[in-house]
Design a protein around this ligand. Structure first.
Ligand code: NAP
Ligand code: FER
Length: 337
């Protein structure tokens, strides 16, 4: 590779349904020069996350869409390689929304320091970063599990789901995970200690939930939506909490699917359904990070990462995640630490 260039992945066209390689472009440009007051950062780890699919649509949500020809958004752990501000020094490790590229400049306002003592650098965009905070605050603050509760989580082996299930176990809950392959089911049950795993591609999810949750489901942490969520709603306990974290089964549909079709069951069970964004808890992320790092140190919490090498492979890896091909937190290793 030519060390004097910056390779970046841009949005060439907006996906119609599932994203395809032709929606992405790889361009090579000179490394950007930091202005006075800015730093230049060399990316080490790029996080690939489902929310990026939403930003590829021409729709305003909590954030604006990626422009055609623009670099795709993404969280990055990197190292400061040039500093034109006293606020940073060359060698500093930082995390921020720097996008799918090898180098980026920043005025520092969107950067946070990374403490390498808390864990490997990659965890700053994984279990100690956005997905870990999503699991921690979504489960504890929105789901409010009590000891002895039955907790169900979908996309259970993924970046968020694997953490949700393990924290629920730490809180003294029974945990049922739903995932898409036997290998993922074996992992969450045998390695992570989930009580039951349900393979939604081969099992009858309704029947499996009814048999695994005879007293009903107290907390559902929803990462997927669609028919899995309908099946959960048919097995609720009274006063249950449905945490709407994500709806990945809907992200690649040209038209949204009908549903949920049984909202009346929220009335029957006096249940509460609540959406949340990880950012609403930003002021408390240090608390989440400290507790998660503590559980990892005590051996109570494990995490699995799925690493792809090279920025040029980010599009294929992202497309794969939308099809369930990732196994754990999906990361791109952009350069050596
Ligand atoms: P992930 O679980 O590591 O990867 C996505 C997984 O979703 C895939 O591996 C696949 O696993 C599953 N999946 C894909 N298509 C599916 C379908 N049609 N039906 C059922 N499962 C499907 O991703 P993540 O980063 O942890 O994100 C999980 C969810 O959390 C996403 O919905 C995401 O949007 C949401 N999220 C929300 C927030 C927030 O602030 N609210 C923050 C972060 C993430 P299987 O093989 O098991 O199908
Ligand atoms: C995500 C899915 C959806 C996410 C954010 C959203 C931060 C927000 C969607 C919207 O505002 O429409 O994984 O992660």
């Amino acid at each position: 590779m030519n060390q004097e260039s910056n390779r970046k992945v841009i949005l060439k066209s907006r996906p119609d349904g599932y994203p395809e390689l032709s929606n992405f472009g790889l361009v090579e440009e000179p490394i950007p020069q930091p202005k006075e007051g800015e730093v230049l950062i060399k990316a080490i780890w790029l996080s690939l996350d489902p929310y990026m699919r939403g930003r590829m649509r021409d729709v305003q949500s909590y954030a604006p869409p990626v422009q055609l020809g623009g670099v795709i958004v993404g969280g990055v752990v990197g190292r400061v390689v040039e500093a034109r501000t006293p606020a940073f020094a060359v060698g500093d490790l930082v995390v921020g929304p720097l996008g799918w590229q090898e180098y980026a400049t920043s005025d520092g306002r969107n950067l946070l320091p990374v403490d390498p003592a808390l864990g490997p650098l990659s965890t700053a965009v994984g279990i100690l970063g956005m997905p870990g905070m999503t699991a921690y605050f979504g489960l504890l603050d929105v789901g409010r599990p009590n000891p002895g509760d039955t907790v169900v989580v979908s996309a259970a082996s993924g970046a968020v789901g694997q953490v949700v299930g393990q924290i629920a176990r730490i809180m003294g809950c029974r945990v049922i995970g739903i995932a898409g392959t036997q290998e993922k089911i074996d992992y969450i049950v045998k390695e992570l200690g989930f009580d039951v795993g349900i393979n939604y591609k081969t099992d009858d999810v309704r029947a499996a939930l009814a048999s695994a949750c005879p007293l009903g489901i107290d907390v559902y942490f929803d990462n997927v939506g669609g028919d899995i969520t309908d099946a959960v709603m048919e097995n609720l306990a009274d006063f249950s909490r449905l945490v709407i974290c994500g709806q990945i089964s809907q992200y690649n549909l040209a038209e949204p699917a009908l549903g949920p079709r049984n909202v009346r069951l929220l009335t029957t069970h006096q249940a509460r359904m609540e959406g949340f964004l990880v950012f609403q808890f930003t002021a408390r992320h240090d608390e989440g990070r400290r507790r998660i790092a503590g559980w990892i140190r005590e051996g109570k919490l494990k995490y699995k990462e799925d690493v792809v090498d090279g920025i040029e492979n980010a599009p294929a890896a992202f497309i794969g995640m939308m099809r369930g091909e990732n196994f754990g937190k999906l990361l791109v290793k952009v350069s050596q630490e």
